[in-house]
Design a protein around this ligand. Sequence first.
Ligand code: CA
Length: 229
Amino acid sequence: MGHKILIVEDEKELADILGAYLEVEGFEPIVKHDGQEGLKAFYEKQPSLILLDIMLPKVDGVRVCKEIREKSEVPVIMISAKSGEMDKVIALGIGADDYVTKPFSPLELVARVKAQLRRYEKSQNTAVTYDKEEVKIGELVLDKGSYSAMVKGELLSLTTKEFDMLFFFAKNPNQVFSKEQIYTGVWGYTGCCDDNSITVYVNRIREKLAKYELDYIKTVWGAGYKFSL
Ligand code: CA
């Protein structure tokens, strides 16, 4: 299942719209309408990210955020009706990771959600460590400088393009890519892609990893592929 995203927002219509957008993107939204219910859901559901309105009934968003921060580093994006600089200062001061002001586009918020999840995953010990040249994730070590791929300490034989594709996936774990995005990311230019060739490359890489009982490249039906451990 997708990441659980907790939405704490007392404007019910807005909360529902955000939930619907996140659901389309494969997330599992949990909607609560006051701070008390929001905190309860934080403890019970352990969401991957929290969208938190500042002005909330019962317990306001600032207090909710502070309490969450005492327990967890989970990404928090604050939502506010006010566009004052003061709010920004407060949001960052209480440990929120990002901040949006109403009205905002749901798509923009979804993009920020994804960005925060990526950042958070990268900051976790189990996640990828990545600089320009090297990716270490799971059982894989990919060195772009020498085009060498190691699996469980053994050299994995890959063609240049297979390496490029695996490198592209491995440095963006848990992110779903369409065939077109893969094409752009690996071949470096846009334009109509040959769907088939992407499938062929993915299958070759999968076969090679399968020898080590690894199944890192997952098919996301109707959307594309993603790398996950
Ligand atoms: Ca509100």
